[in-house]
Design a protein around this ligand. Structure first.
Ligand SMILES: [Zn+2]
Ligand SMILES: [Zn+2]
Length: 99
């Protein structure tokens, strides 16, 4: 018997991590650089665990939930934060606020 692997349907949004340039001293990005970052909209529903509890993702910078429809940016380390929060953060920093 052959098991057919069910491929999860890839949603429209391409979630690609931001490559942080570590050669630059930690002094933030220019507005133009921030505009070029691969921001995307969260399309997936919150994950639900086996007990039916919703696992909600939080933004480290504003401590608020990351909801469906929010603009996000994923960093190369895998952390995801709100676009508006990272825009402010990246004016003075060029690293992940969590790492
Ligand atoms: Zn936030
Ligand atoms: Zn990180």
């Amino acid at each position: 018997m052959t098991l057919i692997r069910e491929a999860k349907v890839d949603l429209v949004v391409k979630e690609q991590p931001l490559q942080i340039k570590r050669t630059v001293p930690n002094r933030g990005y220019t507005v133009k650089q921030i505009e070029m970052m691969p921001f995307f909209t969260k399309e997936e529903e919150d994950e639900v665990d086996d007990d039916g509890l919703v696992k909600r993702e939080r933004c480290y910078l504003c401590k608020w939930y990351i909801e469906k429809g929010n603009y996000l940016l994923k960093l190369e380390c895998g952390h995801r934060l709100h676009k508006k929060c990272l825009e402010v953060w990246f004016c003075q920093n060029n690293t992940c606020p969590i790492c």
